[in-house]
Design a protein around this ligand. Structure first.
Ligand code: NAI
Ligand code: F6P
Length: 537
C-alpha cells in the first residue's frame, strides 16, 4: 500500500519501485530556494497546469537546468488547494496516456508552494504580496478559463464584485482580477519591478484579454484617485509589464475513474477524484495525452530561464497568432467540435471510438484537409499539414484517452464562430475558392441544430452539455419530432442570420439554404443523421 499523502515523510522509493518516475533533485532544497527567490507564480491550480507546466518544470529540475520550482495560487476554487494540494505536500501524479497504449506515471514535485488567492486569508495574501515584491519574480501566468478575464455581466455593466473593487481600490479587493491587480500594485510600490503576465488560456489573443482586464482596474482606480498615474504608466510600459500572447495545446481530460483504478492496482489508496463545490473535476492525479505545444511570445521584461529546453516554443506575437489560428480555426478544434456534435447524436462516449466510424473519420479528414487547409496561414514554426496529420492519426484516435464528445460539446455556441467562421470568411475573401464549395462545414452547422433537439439518431433523448446560449436557442426545437414535416426555412431563419453564432450571417455567405437542406434530411427519421452524413461526405 502506498499513500501519496505520506510521500514527503516516507520518500519516493515505493513509488519508484512500482515503476513511477520520481523527482531526482533535492526537493527540500528546491522548495527552500523557490520560497526565497520565486521566479514563476501560476494562477489556476487546475488540471492543465498540473499536466503541462508543472511537468515541464519537473523535467527541467531533473535535468538540472533549474533549481527552483513553481508557486501556484488558486483564486476561484479554494477547495482545490485544501483538498488536492496541501494534503499531498503539493505533489501530484501525472499519468501520460501514450498512443501505443503504454502509460507513463510520474510523481511531480515541482510545485513548491500552493496558496489561496483569498484577501480574507491574511497569511496567504501577505505571502502572495511578498512573492510579488521579490526581485526574482519573472512570470505570473494564468489558466483560469476564458471566464476568468470577464469583468462584465451579459448586459455590459461590471460584475458586482468587480464594481466593489473598482470603488474600494487596491487594498480591499475581492474579485479575482482585482486581487491580481492589487498584487501587481504591490510590485509597483516595491520599486516598479518588471514582470511578464502570461495568459496561457485557450482564448484568442489571450495576452490582450489579460491586459484589458488589468488595465480596466488600474484606470478605474486612477480615475478615483486610488492609485497614482505612475501605476497606469507602469502597466502600459512593455519594458515593465508585458502581456505576451500564447497558444497552448494539450488534451487534458477530467480525471478518469479508469486511471484511478490503475493507480489503486499499483497500491495507491488515497488518490480519489472529487467534484468541488464549484464544480471543478480534480484529483491528486491528472491524466493527459503526451503531445503538447506551448507557443509563447518572447517578451519577458525581467528575463526568463531557458524554458525552451523544456519544449516551450518562443517566438514573436505574429507567429503566436498564426499558430493559434491554425490550431483553433483549422487543424484541431473544428474537428473536435464536429466529433462532439455527431458523437452526442450517434451516442458515442469516447472521442477515440468515433475515429473507428469511417463516416466520421472522413468527415473530419475532409474538414481539415479539404475545406480548412487551403485557407490556413502557415505559421512557419509548425507545419499545418504535419500538425493536422498528428491530430488525425495520433492524437484523436488515441484509444487510451478518456475524452468524451460530451465534454467537448460544452459551450458549442461560443465556439462555432471562431472554429468555422474564419474559414468561411477566408473563402469569401478568396478569388479561387467559393463558399458553395463547402459541404462539410454546413453539415456540422446542421448537425448542431439537430443536436439542439436533444434527441439522438436512435430517437432517444439525451442531455445537452452546458452552454450559455441554450435557453435562447433550444426553444426553437422544443416542438419538433423526428419525422415531422415542417417549414425548416421559417424555423431556422433567425438562427441562421445570427452572425454571433456562426461568425457570419449564413444568408450573406450563401450557406443558409444548404444548412436548411441538411437539417431537413437529418430530422426525417431515426438514422437520418448518419444517412445524411454518408450521402454528402
Ligand atoms: N484541459 C485542457 O485540455 C486544456 C485547457 N487549457 C486551458 O486551461 C483552462 C483550464 O483548464 P483546466 O485546468 O483543464 O480546467 P480545470 O477545470 O481543471 O480547472 C479550471 C481552473 O480555472 C479556474 N476557474 C474556473 N472558473 C473560473 C472563473 N470564473 N474565474 C477564475 N478562475 C476560474 C478553476 O478554479 C481552476 O483553477 C481551459 O479553460 C483552457 O483555457 C488549455 C489547453 C488544454
Ligand atoms: O473544450 P474545447 O475548447 O473544445 O477544447 C477541447 C480540448 O482541446 C484543446 O483545445 C486541446 O489543447 C484543449 O484546450 C481542450 O481540452
Amino acid at each position: 500500500m502506498m499513500l501519496l499523502s505520506d510521500i514527503s515523510t516516507k520518500g519516493y522509493d515505493s513509488f519508484e519501485n512500482a515503476g513511477y518516475r520520481v523527482p531526482k533533485y533535492n526537493r527540500k532544497k528546491m522548495v527552500t530556494k523557490t520560497m526565497e527567490s520565486p521566479f514563476w507564480i501560476h494562477f489556476g491550480a487546475g488540471n492543465i497546469f498540473r499536466a503541462f507546466q508543472a511537468n515541464v518544470i519537473e523535467q527541467l529540475l531533473n535535468k538540472g537546468v533549474l533549481d527552483r520550482g513553481l508557486i501556484v495560487a488558486e483564486g476561484y476554487d479554494y477547495e482545490i488547494i485544501d483538498k488536492i494540494y496541501h494534503p499531498y505536500d503539493n505533489h501530484s501524479i501525472l499519468v501520460t496516456l501514450k498512443t501505443d497504449g503504454t502509460v507513463e506515471k510520474s510523481v511531480i514535485g515541482s510545485v513548491a508552494e500552493s496558496l489561496v488567492l483569498d484577501s480574507e486569508n491574511l497569511s496567504a495574501f501577505s505571502r502572495l504580496q511578498e512573492v510579488f515584491r521579490s526581485d526574482s519574480l519573472q512570470i505570473a501566468s494564468f489558466t483560469i478559463t476564458e471566464k476568468g478575464y470577464q469583468l462584465c455581466q451579459p448586459n455590459g455593466s461590471y460584475r458586482k464584485d468587480v464594481m466593489a473593487d473598482i470603488i474600494s481600490g487596491p487594498d480591499h479587493t475581492i474579485s479575482y482580477m482585482g486581487k491580481v491587480v492589487s498584487l501587481l500594485h504591490t510590485r509597483y510600490l516595491a520599486g516598479k519591478k518588471p514582470i511578464a503576465l502570461v495568459s496561457m488560456d485557450n482564448c484568442s489573443h489571450n495576452g490582450s484579454k489579460l491586459f484589458d482586464a488589468v488595465f480596466t482596474y488600474a484606470s478605474e482606480w486612477l480615475k478615483r484617485g486610488l492609485v497614482d498615474s505612475g501605476f497606469v504608466t507602469y502597466i502600459k510600459n512593455p519594458d515593465s509589464v508585458s502581456f505576451p500572447w500564447t497558444m497552448i495545446d494539450k488534451i487534458t481530460p477530467r480525471p478518469d475513474s479508469s486511471i484511478e483504478a490503475m493507480l489503486q492496482t499499483d497500491g495507491i489508496t488515497d488518490s480519489h477524484a472529487i467534484i468541488t463545490g464549484k464544480n471543478t473535476y480534480i484529483a491528486p492525479y491528472v491524466n493527459a495525452e503526451e503531445c503538447e505545444y506551448l507557443v509563447i511570445e518572447d517578451h519577458f521584461p525581467n528575463k526568463r530561464p531557458p524554458l525552451e529546453q523544456g519544449g516551450f516554443l518562443f517566438t514573436d506575437r505574429e507567429t503566436v497568432d498564426k499558430v493559434e489560428k491554425m490550431k483553433v480555426c483549422t487543424c484541431l478544434n473544428p474537428l473536435h467540435t464536429a466529433l462532439a456534435i455527431f458523437g452526442c447524436l450517434l451516442d458515442y462516449h469516447l472521442i477515440s471510438e468515433e475515429l473507428n466510424n469511417e463516416t466520421l473519420r472522413k468527415l473530419i479528414e475532409g474538414i481539415g484537409y479539404r475545406e480548412g487547409l487551403p485557407v490556413v496561414v502557415n505559421p512557419g514554426i509548425i507545419s499545418p499539414k504535419d500538425f493536422l496529420d498528428t491530430v488525425l492519426n495520433v492524437r484523436l484516435p488515441n484509444p487510451f484517452m478518456p475524452d468524451t464528445p460530451q465534454r467537448i460539446a460544452t459551450d458549442t455556441s461560443q465556439k462555432l464562430a471562431i472554429r468555422f467562421g474564419e474559414t468561411i470568411k477566408a473563402y469569401e475573401a478568396s478569388k479561387e475558392l467559393h463558399t458553395y464549395d463547402l459541404t462539410l462545414i454546413p453539415l456540422v452547422f446542421a448537425g448542431w441544430l439537430r443536436y439542439l433537439m436533444g434527441i439522438d439518431d436512435n430517437g432517444n433523448p439525451f442531455t445537452l452539455s452546458p452552454d450559455p446560449m441554450l435557453s435562447l436557442v433550444q426553444p426553437y426545437f422544443s416542438d419538433i419530432h423526428l419525422g415531422d414535416i415542417i417549414d425548416v426555412e421559417t424555423l431556422l431563419a433567425p438562427l441562421l442570420s445570427n452572425a454571433t453564432i456562426w461568425g457570419v450571417n449564413l444568408y450573406h455567405v450563401g450557406l443558409a439554404d444548404t444548412v436548411c437542406t441538411f437539417f431537413s434530411e437529418m430530422i426525417k427519421s431515426p438514422g437520418a443523421v448518419l444517412n445524411t452524413l454518408k450521402k454528402y461526405i
